[in-house]
Design a protein around this ligand. Structure first.
Ligand code: SF4
Length: 380
């Protein structure tokens, strides 16, 4: 109980934990999809407070971590060009490409700037008509509306010196890929609340039904996560596999119609490579034909880049929940936040960084074996 006093309502946390303990009768493995949830879990020791039977597997929901190496290398190439102002959120600057990162490009004279919004980059384009301003548009469904808005505004203002380097990814196809992967142990999902605040919950019932897994839309505070776990365990013990919204203060079933409308107007679905995982069909967005002129990949012709991941890095297995970060030989030795070999050690949402930051330095003890698939959901 060493961390429980840090919860904003320790009594409620205690009640939720008691209820989970009273409900669980056998081992269950739940995946929290979002890296923000992973950090909250590790920071507050939630996984250590839960009964032994409940294992939390860390998912791929860190946008920095899953941005593919070839896109990082394209960013590096564009950022190094004369006349370019390359804008990004700060956490992308230290993500290693094949042989350098954006900090290195900046140190070598590239005009790389940290911004807090794509609209900041748009403003730079307005004030610097003789420069090409590029914004690094990465992320899940959460960041897509603002990026869509930026390019929509650029067209409205007639700015032809603004473009996006797009690497957007979508959660539901990733869940599909995780469930289809050999060795998958996931029996239920804590879906990312902020993604669902944009997209709503309509994409999840089919996934829950097809794979017979509960999907509980969950927030990010410790109490939110405990509530998500409580509901998921409750469903699993009863043999159910429904979509539940445990984050109603932010998520409506229909999502955010204005944000969805902006995404629909600007982007189209495409296949996307995920760093360490590989190609997932229909798992991303790119600018559609109407906005293709604002696509930095077209504007700067950066096709033909070939990349190779460091052989020692097992971030792909970490991102799919197949191993814990501490099971990677390089964890905490060759690979630390100061010397990251993979994106999961760089990003503030990466699982490797979370384990390092909160001093989880030892490999996990073996848990109870997985319940066979045919015994998972006997009802329905
Ligand atoms: S500890 Fe470093 S090398 Fe190992 S999987 Fe994580 S990022 Fe890759």
């Amino acid at each position: 109980m060493k961390y429980i006093e840090e919860f904003n309502d320790p009594e409620r946390a205690g009640r939720l934990l008691d209820e989970i303990r009273a409900t669980v009768t056998r081992p269950w493995a739940l995946m929290e999809v979002c890296g923000g949830q992973t950090h909250s879990i590790i920071r507050h020791g939630i996984d250590q407070l839960l009964p032994e039977e409940v294992e939390l597997i860390h998912g791929p929901g860190c946008p920095v971590c899953v941005t593919p190496l070839e896109v990082i290398d394209k960013a590096l190439e564009i950022a190094a060009r004369p006349g370019v102002v390359f804008c990004s959120f700060g956490d992308m600057l230290r993500v290693p490409g094949t042989d350098r990162d954006l900090f290195r490009v900046k140190g070598e004279g590239g005009d790389v700037r940290v911004v807090y919004s794509p609209l900041d980059a748009l403003d730079l384009a307005r004030r610097n008509p003789d420069r090409q301003v590029v914004f690094f548009a990465i992320g899940f469904e959460t960041t897509a509306p603002a990026n869509a808005m930026a390019v929509h505004q650029a067209r409205r203002l007639g700015l032809d010196n603004f473009s996006l380097l797009v690497s957007h990814v979508r959660v539901p196809p990733a869940i599909e890929a995780i469930m289809a992967a050999p060795g998958c142990r996931v029996q239920g999902f804590l879906a990312a609340g902020h993604v669902c605040s944009v997209m709503g919950t309509a994409e999840y019932p089919d996934l829950a039904e097809k794979h017979r897994v509960p999907v509980v839309v969950t927030g990010f505070e410790p109490l939110d996560i405990l509530e998500g776990v409580r509901r998921a365990v409750h469903q699993l013990e009863r043999g159910e596999h429904r979509v539940e919204n445990a984050y109603p203060r932010a998520v409506r079933e229909e999502g955010n119609p204005a944000a969805l409308g902006m995404i629909e107007e600007v982007f189209e679905v495409t296949d996307r490579n995920w760093r360490g995982i590989g190609r997932i069909p229909a798992s991303g967005w790119r600018l559609n034909d109407a906005f293709r002129a604002y696509d930095a990949e077209h504007r700067f012709d950066v096709s033909g880049i070939r990349t190779e991941e460091p052989a020692v890095c097992r971030a792909g297995e970490v991102l799919q929940g197949l191993i814990k970060p501490t099971e990677c030989e390089a964890f905490g030795t060759a690979c630390t936040p100061r010397t990251p070999l993979g994106a999961t050690m760089v990003s503030s949402e990466g699982a490797c960084a979370a384990y390092y930051l909160y001093r989880r330095m030892n490999a996990p003890a073996p848990r109870g074996s997985r319940v066979p698939q045919e015994e998972m959901n006997p009802v329905g």
